[in-house]
Ligand binder design. Structure first.
Ligand code: HEM
Length: 404
C-alpha cells in the first residue's frame, strides 16, 4: 500500500492553521487521510498516535536529521549558520554521540536537581504573578505573554544557567529568534533573525566565560566548567553549545505552555483542583512543539505503508495528541484524563530532558494564578497564534480585571 498523497488544500491547512477551530478541523482532516500521508518533498506526515510512537521509539530505523538532511529536504534557505548551530546540540545527535552528551547533562535534570530548583521557580513565578496583577489593576489590562510568562521563562532560564537575572530579556529574545530554525521553512526575515541571534549568542557565551560572569558553583555553566569533559572536548565550545541547546529548547516552549495554561485557567476557573492534571491536559491539548523530524535509515514499513530509506518523517505530535483511539473526545479540554499519554515531550531516547522543569514552572503558575489572579479575565476568542506547522503558540493574550 503506498501512502496517500496530501493535496494542496490539506498541506496549506497543515502549514498555516492558526486558530483553535482551525487546528481541530486540521487534525480531523489528517486523521481521515490515514496514519501516513506523503508530501511532494520526499517526506511523510505521520498522524496517528501509534505510528508517531513507533517512529520516535525505533532508533534502529529512524534517526534525527542533520545539516545535510535539512539541505536536501527543505532547501538552501534552511542551511544557515543558525541551523548549523542548533544541529550541533543534543537535539540532533544520534547513537553513541547522543548517549554520551545526554549522560553529561542528565544529572543536571535529575529529580534531586529539580527539587533544588523548586524554591527559585516558585519565587520567580510568585513575584511575576504579583507584578502582573498590580500592572493589570493599575492600567486596566495587560498581555499575559509579554508581561507575565516571558519574564518567568527568561528568569528561570537565567537561574538554570547561573547567569544574572538581568539577562532575562536577552535570553527570551534569543529563544524567540532561534526558534525560527526549528520551523519547517522559515520566512527569509525569520532566518535572518535566527542567524543574527546565533552570532550574538556565541559572543555572549564567550564573554561570559572570559569575564567569569556566571555564578560560581551554581548553574549549568559553572557545572560544565567545574567538571571538564573526559573526552577532552573544548570547554568553551561545550558551554556555548549547551547555551544554544537550553535557550532553544527551554524558553519558547515554556512560554507557550504557560500561555496556554493562563488561557485554560481563565476559561475553566472551576475545573478540578489537581494542578498537575490541569497542566498535563494543557500539554496534550496545546503542545508547544507540534512536530519533530526523523530520517529513515533503511527501507521500512510504517502503519502498513512502505517507506523508502532517506525519507523525512514529520512526526505530528499535535495530531497524535488528538487521536481519538487514545483520547476520547480529543478536542475537549478535560483535565485528569485516565490515559495521559500525550507525546508533547516526545518519546524514546530524545525524550525531553527539561520536562520536569517545564511542568514544575506551569504547576507553580497554576497555584499562583489561583491565589493571586483568579479575578482576571481573558479578552476575546480565537486569539492569534503563530502560523505553524511546528509552532502554533499564542502571540498575545490580553487580560483585564473585568467580569468573567
Ligand atoms: C513545555 C515545555 C517543553 C516542551 C513541550 C519540550 C519539548 C521537547 C521535545 C518534543 C523534545 C524532543 C525532540 C525530539 O524528539 O527530537 C525535547 C527535547 C529536549 N528538551 Fe524539551 N521541551 C520543553 C521544555 C524544556 C526545558 C524547560 C528544557 C531545559 C531547560 C528542555 C530541554 C530539552 C533538551 C535538552 C532536549 C534534548 C533531549 C535529547 O535530544 O536527548 N526542554 N523537548
Amino acid at each position: 500500500m503506498t501512502a496517500v498523497l496530501a493535496d494542496h488544500g490539506l498541506l496549506r491547512a497543515w502549514r498555516s492553521a492558526a486558530t483553535e477551530s482551525g487546528l481541530a478541523k486540521l487534525y480531523d482532516r489528517l486523521r481521515l487521510r490515514g496514519p501516513v500521508i506523503a508530501t511532494p518533498w520526499n517526506s511523510v506526515l505521520v498522524t496517528s498516535h501509534a505510528a508517531c510512537r513507533d517512529v520516535l521509539a525505533d532508533t534502529g530505523v529512524w534517526r534525527n536529521p542533520d545539516d545535510e538532511d535539512f539541505r536536501q529536504h527543505i532547501g538552501d534557505e534552511a542551511a544557515k549558520p543558525a541551523r548549523h548551530g542548533v544541529n550541533q546540540t543534543l537535539f540532533h545527535l544520534n547513537g553513541a554521540d547522543h548517549t554520551a552528551q545526554r549522560r553529561r547533562l542528565a544529572p543536571f535534570f535529575s529529580p534531586r536537581a529539580l527539587a533544588a530548583h523548586t524554591t527559585t521557580v516558585q519565587g520567580v513565578v510568585g513575584t511575576a504573578a504579583e507584578r502582573f496583577v498590580d500592572h493589570v489593576a493599575y492600567t486596566g489590562g495587560g498581555d499575559a505573554i509579554a508581561d507575565f510568562v516571558a519574564p518567568v521563562a527568561g528568569t528561570v532560564m537565567c537561574a538554570l544557567l547561573g547567569v544574572s537575572e538581568q539577562d532575562h530579556e536577552f535570553i527570551t529574545r534569543m529563544a524567540t529568534d532561534l526558534s525560527f530554525v526549528e520551523e519547517l521553512a522559515p520566512r527569509p526575515s525569520h532566518a535572518r533573525r535566527a542567524d543574527a541571534a546565533i552570532t550574538e549568542l556565541f559572543t555572549y557565551g564567550r564573554k561570559l566565560i572570559q569575564d567569569r560572569a556566571y555564578t560560581p558553583g551554581r548553574g549549568l555553566i559553572a557545572y560544565l566548567l567545574d567538571h571538564p569533559d573526559s573526552s577532552g572536548r573544548d570547554a568553551t565550545k561545550e558551554v556555548i553549545t549547551a547555551l544554544v541547546l537550553m535557550i532553544t529548547a527551554g524558553v519558547s516552549t515554556s512560554m507557550s505552555l504557560m500561555s496556554s495554561t493562563v488561557l485554560a485557567l481563565c476559561r475553566n476557573p472551576d475545573v478540578g483542583h489537581d494542578d498537575t492534571a490541569f497542566v498535563d491536559e494543557c500539554l496534550r491539548w496545546d503542545p508547544p512543539a507540534h512536530m519533530v523530524g526523523r530520517i529513515a535509515t533503511q527501507d521500512t514499513v510504517l502503519a502498513g505503508t512502505p517507506i523508502a530509506r532517506g525519507t523525512l518523517a514529520h512526526v505530528l505530535i499535535g495530531a497524535a495528541n488528538r487521536d481519538p483511539d487514545v483520547f476520547a473526545d480529543p478536542h475537549a479540554f478535560v483535565p485528569g484524563r485516565a490515559q495521559s499519554r500525550s507525546l508533547t515531550f516526545s518519546a524514546g531516547p530524545h525524550y525531553c530532558l527539561g520536562a520536569g522543569l517545564a511542568r514544575q514552572q506551569a504547576v507553580h503558575l497554576v497555584a499562583a494564578w489561583r491565589q493571586q489572579a483568579g479575578g482576571l479575565a481573558v479578552e476575546g476568542h480565537d486569539h492569534p497564534r503563530m502560523k505553524g506547522p511546528n509552532f502554533r503558540h499564542l502571540l498575545h493574550l490580553p487580560v483585564t480585571t473585568g467580569p468573567r
